[in-house]
Design a protein around this ligand. Structure first.
Ligand SMILES: [Ca+2]
Length: 409
């Protein structure tokens, strides 16, 4: 009897062991049968990261294998670049999310992707070069020069959204793309030569006061010379003896390896509201469709993206008056301003359709802003370094330049 009981205990123990191996000892990490999972998965949270966008987008709760609802496209703006192009929502694997096809099977965060390249378009160009997407600080591929209409010459690609800037595809600073650009070809009558009104010889430069760190420059002290040119041979004594070195960078003159860039010289230190250059000139005949360009660069600028200095002016901040009428040229950003080093003069074709009267005309450049530059100095306005105005017209213009002998006293 005793033996029987013992056997029963042993049998029971064996059965328990067997039971444990088959059921009670089941691996807790093994998958539960599919038939029960569909009713227990989800719901999930879908989050949206706008990645610099202006809006906050609410989380969505989505059932397993359900679809998220496409939110309204976010927007993103940069003070220099302007509006970014929204490219879509991307998952954590950097794959674009389709709100029609992509099923939600877990908690996810979708991130906005933006086109952070600049968009550059060339009007009238066919093929791949018509629209170029350029990373900040990189360069453009130059399209073939367009064929000029009969009697005209192609002058250059003119950025209609940046003060009529004629793009320089070669200069190591000017060729760098720092904003969206929209170009159209500029054609000028082949018979026309630019007639220049030189800033450094503007009569009223004699009485103008400018800004410098030391508290003021005046008259001819606001001019600097291109020492390669004839102005070096006259008695004009410039305060800043800039020259152009082999890299076409302006620097204070220490030797004679210079470039001519400014037809003699230029005016700087104009960073005071109210400073102006004004010419009175005579035109031999009335003329319309006159092309007005300003040749300029910049010596100081405002902090822009990535710490870049930008001389950011406009037809409201630096006004151009022709016969007392405001000449529209929109916004003009002079990029790559590098203090006292790179003087990257170039032409900004402000307007292609101004008119001259026969006889006396006036043209004025007025600094009319208080956009403080830097700190601890007297530069209280945004202003370019002014080389000259250029007029392309069949009318002959004449003007009296500053009296050098007076300037030299
Ligand atoms: Ca000049």
């Amino acid at each position: 009897m005793k033996k029987t009981v013992l056997l029963g205990v042993i049998l029971c123990s064996m059965m328990l062991a067997a039971c444990g191996g088959g059921n009670g000892g089941k691996d807790p990490t093994s998958k539960v049968p599919t038939s029960t999972s569909q009713t227990t998965k989800g719901p999930y949270t879908v989050k949206f990261d706008t990645n610099g966008g202006a809006e906050t987008i609410e989380d969505q709760i989505v059932q397993h294998n359900g679809y998220a609802t496409k939110p309204t496209d976010p927007t993103r703006n940069d003070p220099v670049k302007g509006a970014y192009q929204f490219l879509g929502w991307y998952d954590s694997d950097n794959a674009i999310w389709s709100f029609e096809l992509s099923k939600v099977t877990k908690n996810i965060t979708l991130s906005a992707k933006w086109n952070d390249k600049y968009t550059v378009t060339f009007s009238g160009v066919e093929g791949a070069l018509a629209t170029q997407y350029i990373n900040r600080g990189e360069t453009l591929t130059k399209p073939a020069d367009p064929i000029a209409p009969s009697g005209k010459t192609f002058y250059g690609w003119r950025a209609t959204n940046n003060g009529g800037q004629i793009w320089d595809f070669e200069d190591k600073q000017l060729k760098l793309v720092m904003q969206d650009l929209t170009f159209e070809p500029l054609f000028i009558d082949s018979s026309l030569q630019a007639q220049a009104l030189e800033g450094e010889l503007c009569p009223n430069i004699l009485t103008m006061k400018g800004a410098t760190y030391s508290g003021g420059s005046q008259g001819r002290g606001m001019t600097a010379r291109d020492s390669h040119s004839s102005i070096n041979e006259n008695p004009l004594k410039a305060s800043g003896n800039y020259i152009w070195d082999e890299n076409q960078e302006a620097r204070y003159a220490t030797d004679s390896d210079e470039y001519e860039k400014t037809f003699g010289g230029f005016v700087h230190n104009m960073h005071i509201q109210g400073n102006f250059l004004e010419w009175e000139f005579t035109a031999s005949e009335a003329a319309s469709n006159v092309v007005l360009a300003m040749r300029a660069c910049a010596e100081y600028g405002l902090d822009g993206q990535d710490g870049e200095l930008v001389c950011a002016i406009s037809d409201q901040k630096c006004k151009v008056y022709l016969n007392n009428e405001l000449v529209e040229y929109g916004n003009l950003n002079i990029h790559n301003v590098i203090f006292n080093k790179y003087f990257t003069f170039q032409d900004y074709v402000l307007n292609t359709n101004v008119s001259l009267k026969k006889g006396t005309n006036t043209l004025k450049f007025l600094v009319d802003n208080n956009d403080f530059v830097g700190s601890g100095n007297s530069l209280v306005a945004q202003a370019p370094v002014f080389d000259c105005f250029k007029l392309f017209t069949s009318s002959t213009i004449e003007w009296a330049d500053a009296d050098i002998s007076v300037m030299d006293k």
